[in-house]
Design a protein around this ligand. Structure first.
Ligand code: NAP
Length: 261
């Protein structure tokens, strides 16, 4: 049995994680932490409820979890990671906004053997979208990324878009210019440049998490699109990571690292 503390347990993704863990036979949620929602019940996935609590440090001391899963906020994740890693708790992080350098520094202070796993996107379809984009970029180097998220998202571009741009930059052999930037009539019309890949961020109510990677070539285009229609799309990847971190150590980034082939 893997004992898990979930931070951000009352949030949109956190509550799906609590439910999904409760529906497994080899993991259990020992604490649901969400300081702003202490006392709030969340579905435990077994037909009952678990009450949110406020203090992560107390929860770790009282329940001695093996793993912390964090879906909180860019302003909260670093403090949560410090508390968990210092106690030798392996971490599975979905919260975006921390740089790879910050993650590396955090895990370097943890006891030997502790693992910090971070995935900018836990949806398996999104990982495949990035793989296919890397393949396409070798042959079609002209590419732009359109990422679309709900209007509460705290960061832009999304962590998935940043990672996709990096993967494309590593895969393509030529770097075409991104034309039109110098003739923009409205600032930002041509999007942001990430690793020389143009990224456009859309924020609208009604959306969950979506991304289209749009390639252009002579007389043709290729679109690779992934849509997370609801937040249960992230939970199989989170469960896969919770299973995996016990056998790993140090910083591991991306669900791709846990998927074979
Ligand atoms: P959300 O609905 O706002 O949930 C975040 C929850 O965390 C809220 O209940 C919030 O409480 C709580 N919280 C804030 N500070 C906390 C702390 N110190 N300890 C514990 N809980 C705390 O956000 P969401 O949509 O679930 O997304 C959460 C994060 O995951 C975001 O960074 C998002 O970009 C990311 N995300 C990643 C993936 C992925 O696949 N990697 C997928 C979806 C989302 P208050 O409301 O009181 O502040």
């Amino acid at each position: 049995m893997i004992d898990v503390v979930v931070t951000g347990a009352a949030g949109k993704v956190g509550r799906e994680v609590v439910k999904a863990i409760g529906q497994t036979s080899d993991m259990r949620v020992v604490a649901a932490v969400d300081p702003g929602q202490a006392g709030m019940p969340v579905d435990d996935g077994k037909g009952g409820e678990i009450q949110c609590v406020a203090d992560l440090g107390v929860s770790i001391a009282e329940t001695n979890p093996a793993v912390m899963v964090d879906f909180t906020h860019p302003s909260a994740v670093e403090g949560n990671l410090r508390a968990a890693l210092a106690a030798g708790v392996d971490c599975v992080v979905g919260t975006t906004g921390l740089s790879e350098g910050s993650l590396r520094a955090l895990v370097s202070d943890a006891p030997d053997g502790t693992c910090l796993f971070m995935a900018p996107n836990f949806a398996i379809g999104a990982v495949l979208m990035m793989r296919f984009a890397a393949q396409a970029a070798r042959y079609m180097p002209h590419v732009e990324i359109l990422e679309l998220h709900h209007d509460q998202k705290a960061d832009a571009p999304s962590g998935t878009a940043l990672l996709t741009a990096e993967i494309i930059a590593n895969a393509r052999q030529t770097v075409p210019s991104a034309p039109g930037r110098e003739t923009e009539l409205a600032e930002g019309a041509r999007g942001a440049l990430v690793d020389n890949v143009t990224v456009h961020s859309v924020r609208l109510p009604g959306l969950v998490a979506h991304q289209e990677v749009l390639f252009g070539g002579q007389g043709q285009t290729l679109s690779i699109r992934h849509d997370s229609i609801d937040r249960t799309s992230f939970t199989p990847g989170v469960l896969m990571a919770v299973e995996a971190v016990g056998a790993r150590s140090g910083l591991v980034i991306g669900l791709d690292a846990l998927m074979e082939g």
